[in-house]
Design a protein around this ligand. Structure first.
Ligand SMILES: Cc1cc2nc3c(=O)[nH]c(=O)nc-3n(C[C@H](O)[C@H](O)[C@H](O)COP(=O)(O)OP(=O)(O)OC[C@H]3O[C@@H](n4cnc5c(N)ncnc54)[C@H](O)[C@@H]3O)c2cc1C
Length: 362
C-alpha cells in the first residue's frame, strides 16, 4: 500500500459513527453441536490469495496512451477492504476526466470499483479472463478480516496504517448499508478457542469498530477449553453477494467482456484511455510485480446445518455456517500455486475443530 495507497485516501469518509455500545455478558452455555465428519463433505476448494509484500497497490501509472489505476494485491483481506480501496481507485480514475473507464478483472475488487465509478456517472466496461465461480473471490471464506494476510508486518509504516484505517472504515460502513438484504451480509457470534486472537496483526486494529472481545468464564460456554473468547463479527454470503454486485453492475448499464490480457500492448490497445487494474494475482506476470505471490487457502464445505448460528475458531482450523455449507478452513500456504485440495490439510483442520466439538458439554 505505502505511498501509493495514500493517494486520494483523505477523501474517505464513513459519515456514520462506529459501534460504541456496552455488550452484555451473555451466557451461551448450550450451543447446538456441529456435525463434522469426512462423509459430510460436499465440495473442496483451494483459492490463491493475491498477497503483496507491501500491501495492496493503488498508485497511478502512465503507460503508453493509458492512465493505469492499480487496485490489486489484497491478500486475505480483499472482501473486507474492497469498498475502501475501490473508493480510492474510483476517485483516482474519475480524476482522469474520462467518461468511459475500463476495468480489468471481475472479482470483488473489480466489481466494487466499477460500482463506485458508475455512481460517479462513468460508463464502465469490465474486461476479464474469467468470472464467478472460477475466480479467487468465489473461493473466499467470507468474513470481516481487514488485517488478515494484508502485508508483511515489518512494512507497516505510519502512512500505511493511516491509509489502511481509512479504507477499513469506509468498507465497514459500506457493509453496514448492505445489512438486511437477505443474508448477504450478516453479524454472527464468534467463539475463539485458544490463542488465535493474538496472532492477527496487532498493529492493524481499530478500537471500537467491532464489539470488544470478551473472555468467557467456564459457565458462559459449553467448551472444555480454558481460554474462550466471544466476539460478534461480520460475514458475507459469497455466492449471493457476488451475484448482487454483478447484477447491480449490469443493471446500471455496465458491460462485461471476456478477454485475457497477455501483454501490456493489449492493454494499450483498449478503446478507453483510463484503465483500472483489478486482476489480482494476474498482475504478477502482466505487470511484472515480483512482490506478488499466492498464499493458498483450502476450504471444505460440509452439508449445511440450519441450526448452527455461530462461528468457531481454533488455532488450526475454523468453521463458519454459510448458506451453501458449513465452511471448514484455516490454512495458508505461502507461495503455493497448487489448487488441488490436499486430503492431509482437510484432516488437520477437521481434527482441530473436532477436538473442540467432541468435548463440548451437551
Ligand atoms: C481461502 C480464502 C479465504 C479468504 N477469506 C477471506 C475472508 O474471509 N475475508 C476477506 O476479506 N478476504 C478473504 N479472502 C481474500 C479475498 O478472496 C481476495 O483478497 C479477493 O477475492 C481478491 O479479489 P480480486 O478481485 O483482486 O481477485 P480475483 O477474485 O482473483 O479476480 C481477478 C479477476 O481478474 C481476472 N484476470 C486475472 N488475470 C487476468 C488477465 N491477464 N487478463 C484478464 N483478466 C485477468 C480474473 O479472471 C478475475 O476476473 C480469502 C481468500 C482465500 C483464497
Amino acid at each position: 500500500m505505502g505511498l501509493a495507497l495514500a493517494m486520494g485516501a483523505s477523501s474517505c469518509s464513513t459519515g456514520n459513527s462506529l459501534y460504541r455500545g456496552n455488550r452484555p455478558n451473555r451466557s451461551s452455555r448450550h450451543l447446538p453441536r456441529i456435525n463434522i465428519s469426512p462423509d459430510r463433505i460436499i465440495k473442496e476448494t483451494v483459492g490463491l490469495r493475491p498477497y503483496r509484500l507491501s500491501g495492496p497497490r493503488l498508485d497511478v501509472q502512465q503507460l503508453g496512451q493509458k492512465t493505469i489505476i492499480h487496485n490489486y494485491g489484497h491478500g486475505g483481506s480483499g472482501f473486507s477492504l474492497s469498498w475502501g480501496t475501490g473508493h480510492i481507485a474510483a476517485t483516482n480514475a474519475a480524476a482522469s476526466g474520462e467518461s468511459q473507464i475500463a476495468i480489468m478483472g471481475c472479482g470483488v475488487i473489480g466489481l466494487t470499483t466499477a460500482r463506485q465509478l458508475q455512481e460517479k456517472g462513468k460508463q464502465v466496461t469490465i474486461y476479464a479472463k474469467e468470472l464467478w465461480p472460477r475466480i479467487t473471490s468465489s473461493l473466499a471464506t467470507g468474513t470481516w478480516s481487514p488485517a488478515h494476510l494484508v502485508c508483511e508486518p515489518d512494512r507497516i509504516t505510519p502512512e500505511f496504517k493511516s491509509t489502511w484505517e481509512k479504507t477499513c472504515l469506509f468498507s465497514f460502513q459500506a457493509y453496514q448499508n448492505l445489512l438486511g438484504l437477505g443474508d448477504m451480509v450478516t453479524w454472527i457470534d464468534h467463539y475463539i478457542i485458544g490463542d488465535r486472537v493474538h496472532k492477527e496483526t496487532p498493529a492493524l486494529q481499530i478500537k471500537g469498530l467491532l464489539p470488544d472481545p470478551v473472555e468467557l468464564s467456564k459457565k458462559q460456554h459449553p467448551f472444555r477449553a480454558s481460554y474462550v473468547i466471544n466476539q460478534p463479527s461480520m460475514m458475507f454470503n459469497i455466492p449471493v453477494y457476488l451475484q448482487k454486485l454483478t447484477n447491480d453492475f449490469l443493471n446500471f448499464g455496465g458491460k462485461i467482456v471476456i478477454r485475457e490480457f497477455k501483454s501490456l500492448e493489449e492493454v494499450d490497445a483498449l478503446p478507453e484511455k483510463c484503465v483500472v487494474n483489478c486482476i489480482g494475482l494476474g498482475a504478477r506476470s502482466l505487470f511484472n510485480d515480483e512482490e506478488l505471490m499466492p498464499i493458498s487457502g483450502q476450504l471444505s464445505f460440509l452439508i449445511p446445518q440450519a441450526e448452527i448460528k455461530y462461528r468457531l475458531s481454533t488455532p488450526h482450523g475454523y468453521i463458519i455456517p454459510r448458506k451453501d455449507g458449513l465452511v471448514l478452513g484455516g490454512n495458508a500456504i505461502r507461495n503455493n500455486w497448487d489448487t488441488n485440495p490436499d486430503p492431509k490439510q482437510t484432516e488437520i483442520m477437521m481434527a482441530a475443530v473436532n477436538e473442540v466439538i467432541s468435548q463440548m458439554r451437551s
